[in-house]
Design a protein around this ligand. Sequence first.
Ligand SMILES: [Zn+2]
Length: 86
Amino acid sequence: MGNMLSKNQKNINKEFVTFFCPKCKTKENIPFSIIDMCDRNDDGDDSYPPRFSCQNCYGLMTTLYYKNYNGKVYEYKEDQNLLYIF
Ligand SMILES: [Zn+2]
């Protein structure tokens, strides 16, 4: 019984963050640790999440959903082609 809480607290999505290329629709899982490192090193503009170049079309990949170390959430809405930041 006592083990149920700790089992539920395991965050299975924490290890990878899904990135998405709006140009060619490629999705890629990038380890959270890498994104977190990029985010912390980028001490300038935080209106955008860390982004990566697409290896297919050299477009700019952005995260579908990412919550950074400050608790800031970046979410991409595909249908509206906009990036919402909460
Ligand atoms: Zn692409």
